[in-house]
Design a protein. Structure first.
Length: 131
């Protein structure tokens, strides 16, 4: 699937995705994997995903959601939801309504997610040493 197909019928989500893509690319090299349900950002392993809630919800609150995995539960009130699908892997979901929401805090989360997926044992070892 290509990006144009992914955003077909959801054109309002595309500019947000393009802004997100620029931010992700500014943190380092990235590979995109586009499927029917989401776009994965990877550097070897996927560390973040963008998806359109309007595909799944009757009344979506935002045109785009950024989901990323951290090795800790972040307490920011900006998260729509945080779940732990596997021990030490916390999936964080951030609703995006406008490009201005892609700020330094989001960039830091992306860098942390990227680092945690590229060097998972180093990140987990640092958590053990601090706890």
């Amino acid at each position: 699937m290509i990006l144009n197909e992914f955003f077909s019928g959801y054109e309002a989500s595309r500019p947000l995705f393009e802004a997100l893509l620029r931010m992700v690319e500014s943190t380092g090299p990235v590979e995109l994997s586009v499927t029917k349900s989401q776009i994965a950002f990877a550097e070897g392993r996927a560390f973040a995903w963008a998806w359109i809630p309007g595909r799944y919800l009757r009344r979506p609150a935002a045109p785009l959601v950024l989901s990323l995995v951290l090795t800790r539960r972040d307490s920011s009130p900006r998260w729509k939801e945080v779940v732990e699908p596997a021990p030490g892997r916390f999936m964080h979901h951030l609703e995006l309504r406008e490009a201005a929401e892609l700020d330094g805090e989001v960039r830091a989360w992306l860098e942390e997610a990227r680092s945690g997926m590229i060097h998972p044992s180093r990140t987990l070892d640092a958590r053990r040493m601090s706890g």
